[in-house]
Design a binder for this molecule. Structure first.
Ligand SMILES: Nc1ncnc2c1ncn2[C@@H]1O[C@H](COP(=O)(O)OS(=O)(=O)O)[C@@H](OP(=O)(O)O)[C@H]1O
Ligand SMILES: Nc1ncnc2c1ncn2[C@@H]1O[C@H](COP(=O)(O)OP(=O)(O)O)[C@@H](O)[C@H]1O
Length: 205
């Protein structure tokens, strides 16, 4: 299989770009912040509750004095990834870039919370590979498609059913549920308050 344009540029650049070792390490930065950096990776269908939970989690962590940052799919797609669509290839590139950004933020000593559908298992596994053991915490925000479609907070499922939006996750684009996530939050069975509590307990930050 031939290289994608992204892979080709990566190969071209690699030959002449040399890694510079910084004077401070991740451990130094983490110590200065008094915390253990982590990447809390939320994955789930559109409308499953990723953004709602990620925001609540970030507020709770900040109240505990943690230094955090939230990376959310909708927002990142307005800036860094605004040239990407919803094809399988673009979703893979979206997750690749976001996971590299999350890695930089973890290197900066932050507790990073990400909220992306991240539908492909291989892409989430590749993201995990960027981190040290225990740094990457995969959270499956679990709600059945019927429930997400009933919620339809942005009216997107309705548009997908009408054929106005193509390649919509769960309708005409696949979602591969995690097989061994560190945490599962069932947002159809539990109310928001319970889910936030379970999430905070589950991630062990
Ligand atoms: N075709 C299609 N399928 C799924 N979602 C769509 C689509 N088109 C637009 N949207 C909106 O984009 C948000 C998903 O972006 P992500 O970056 O999280 O997607 S992915 O991880 O690359 O699959 C997603 O946000 P959430 O609803 O918060 O999940 C939608 O608001
Ligand atoms: N237990 C729950 N946890 C999270 N969201 C919930 C829960 N119960 C109902 N909701 C609602 O479901 C919707 C989820 O939307 P959102 O957080 O934008 O999902 P996503 O980011 O996965 O697309 C919101 O309207 C939220 O109020």
């Amino acid at each position: 299989m031939s290289d994608s344009p992204y892979q080709k540029r990566e190969h071209d650049a690699k030959a002449e770009v040399i890694w510079h070792q910084s004077h401070l390490t991740k451990a130094d930065r983490a110590k200065a912040k008094g915390q253990t950096p982590k990447c809390i990776w939320l994955t789930g269908l559109s409308g499953s509750g990723k953004s709602t939970l990620a925001n609540a989690l970030e507020v709770a962590l900040t109240q505990q004095g943690k230094h955090t940052y939230l990376l959310d799919g909708d927002n990142v797609r307005h800036g860094l990834n605004k040239n990407l669509g919803m094809s399988d290839e673009d979703r893979t590139e979206n997750i690749r870039r976001v996971s590299e950004v999350a890695k930089l933020m973890v290197d900066a000593g932050l507790v990073v919370v990400t909220a992306f559908i991240s539908p492909f298992r291989a892409d989430r596994d590749a993201a995990r590979e960027l981190f040290e053991d225990g740094e990457f915490v995969e959270v499956f925000v679990d709600a059945p498609l019927e429930e997400c479609e009933k919620r339809d907070p942005k009216g997107l499922y309705q548009k997908a059913r009408q054929g106005i939006i193509k390649e919509f996750t769960g309708i005409d684009s696949p979602y591969e549920a995690p097989e061994k996530p560190e945490v599962v939050i069932n947002t159809a069975e539990n109310d928001l308050e319970t889910c936030v509590k379970q999430l905070i307990e589950g991630i062990g930050v």
